[in-house]
Ligand binder design. Sequence first.
Ligand code: FBP
Length: 249
Amino acid sequence: MEINKILKNNHGMLLAYDHGFEHGPTDFDERSVDPAWIMDIADSGFFTGVVCQKGIAEKYYNRDKYSVPLIVKLNGKTAFHKDEEPVSLQNCTVEEAVALGATGVGYTIYVGSEHEQTMIAEFAKIEKEAHQKGLIVIGWMYPRGSHVASDTDRDTLAYAARLGLELGADAIKIKYTGDAESFSWVVKSAGETKVFVVGGQKTETAAELYQTASDILRAGAVGLAIGRNVWQAEKPMEVAKKLGEILYG
Ligand code: FBP
């Protein structure tokens, strides 16, 4: 199965690095602003994939040097627009992703937004082409907009997860409810679609992050798609190693 290309012992950890697009370089420091530094972390052996936009992939994902699978994020939006109803449209084709050496593609759907149908339609086209070309398709299923009361509510996340399954995503990336019991319903709702959990803002202590990693596994998720909690850490490799031990055993 294609999905196994980004799993190890049935679990996975993707290093997310599309924040420069989504938030601006505000998340970065002198080290993490450099995509080459991130690629080396991603290729350390602890990650089963690295996620970035096409421009970063073009200039920094050296296929001869790196063995970590590449996931190209095909849509994105900037943080300038604080729209009530967010929309994020395609900026890179599946063909371009293939040419960059991608193993998979990612696409955000703001579930519940008034523009949800536009993103669902775009996602469906991308997915069809990506599957024809043998790529893994990951849906960033983010409930957002004025119709969404809470983006960490169990039933809201379960609905978004279910949408990922119904749309045919191989995997989804989704927020955590905050506890294993409620999150297990989100995972069940995703059926055979694999669930990766978003890292989120850097936690106060590393212990909190490690606890979340083991809780989400207990809930049935395959692992994490994590950014800031790794590359904002003082020692990213230590964090990655510890998370790897939790996730892959
Ligand atoms: P983190 O682990 O750093 O939270 O990254 C996950 C991620 O989905 C990124 O891929 C993306 O850039 C960012 O979060 C989007 O966050 P938001 O839309 O909540 O601002």
